[in-house]
Design a protein around this ligand. Sequence first.
Ligand SMILES: [Zn+2]
Length: 156
Amino acid sequence: MQGLRRTRGQEQREEQHRTALALGKAHARLGLWRLCDNDECRRSKCCGGDVDQCGARAAPQGWTWLHHVLKGLREGRSRPEAVEAANLATLGYRQRVTVRWKVKGWDPIEFVQLHDGSWEHADVADARPPLDERFVRLAESAWLRTGGPSGRARKV
Ligand SMILES: [Zn+2]
């Protein structure tokens, strides 16, 4: 048995594997096989092709958003943080800032920076991409929360 030290390459492969597993589960839970362009997938109620490509084709925006959420979680963000970052990324916002005035009684104002560099009041701009509710519920469900630890490297 080799040492337990893992190389960066191994870790990356494990991350990829975990992401692929999560995407596969997401595809199944969302029932995206209904939209598979392969009859066999629809008959077996399970995508038999490339799940990632298939999900991206069936629900482009939601799938991109899900990728961002998973990326955030991989980077160690909490779920709400990962969802927030995914929302900003999917909407194409660069960042969100809160401007606090040094004047008593003036409420802070939230701005978002749009992809063209201009700023918009956060309450005017969309806070969330027009996602399919199922994606939002999926991100809030337990499987995403437990996605990390269950995939953690086993002790050999
Ligand atoms: Zn498919």
